[in-house]
Design a protein around this ligand. Sequence first.
Ligand code: ATP
Ligand code: MG
Length: 357
Amino acid sequence: MSYYKIAILPGDGIGPEVIKEAVLILEEVAKHFHHTFEMKYGLIGGVAVDKTGTPLPTETVELCKNSDAILLGAVGGPKWDQELSHRRPEAGLLGIRKTLNLYANLRPVTLFDALLHTSPLKSENVIGTDVLIVRELTGGIYFGTPRERKNGENGQEAIDTLRYSEKEIERILRQGFQIAQGRKKKLTSVDKANVLESSRLWREVADRLSYDYPDVKLEHMLVDNVAMQLIRNPRQFDVIVTENMFGDILSDEASMLTGSLGMLPSASLSDTGPGLYEPIHGSAPDIAGKDKANPLATILSVAMLLRHSLRLENEADSIENAVKKTLEAGYRTGDIGFDWERVLTTTQMGTMVRSYL
Ligand code: ATP
Ligand code: MG
């Protein structure tokens, strides 16, 4: 019997609809495993702009800081497109990531066997795909300075800077090693060491750290090769760890192996504070309020929350198994059931997963 505090930030669009099902799953897990999850709700995004004038109210930041983990739906929508940049719903999400120093972004790409037909590859090669991408989220070319424009001999020049410190590289690589220890113990460190100095430092740090994790098999791979291998044979990967921009591109590429945005969860972690868990999809204004959204990405985000922030491995497994069984039994929402005869609503899908839990 344990006690945990979880901040719930439903946000906008389909956010509240998928969060509702995820919360019911948390309540079911609490009941079965005899835990107490104290869930407190906070405002973020467009709904926070409407009610308080800012996308990230101080109360929300305080609530998150005082929680063991954070579960978020989605933010944004056409209603707020004209807002000033500091009042845009997305500023709420960037703000919370920065405030909590969430430097490690985890995106599992799991293709459930029952959903082989949703993968654009529809090939034997993707059966059993189960990759976890660990992307550095607060450094690299996104934040390096100088970043500027100036006039040169051949017209304007634009400058971006790719900068990483040893410390930044080390902490993200450690996340990669530790996560690999809990999985198949293979870590692919992705860089462009044949061209970039930052990648050469990255590789040195990875080799040095590998002595601390002798049970993990470390391999280095160039980013262009990884882009190719993800399509050719995604099953060769267990955990992939990489810097910010490579991770951005590779995680979008890999996510499409499964065919639906509605299936993919994510986690963003720091060293000390609470982790933040959310589906990778956005607020999907086109289907908001229609009870049509696929809640599985958010339900699978709950499994990640239990595993990574609360260290409740069995509880996380039980959710993932329930999702697997639901899909094997043929239950589908619209995004994954194109030619299915009976497509479930958000609410029905959530109920079905709970029945298998
Ligand atoms: P954002 O800018 O917030 O990322 P977006 O415009 O990129 O939003 P998403 O909300 O990510 O769009 O989704 C794109 C489309 O995918 C949606 O319009 C919707 O049709 C579909 N979609 C996204 N999430 C789901 C879901 N959970 N269930 C079903 N369909 C979804
Ligand atoms: Mg988007």
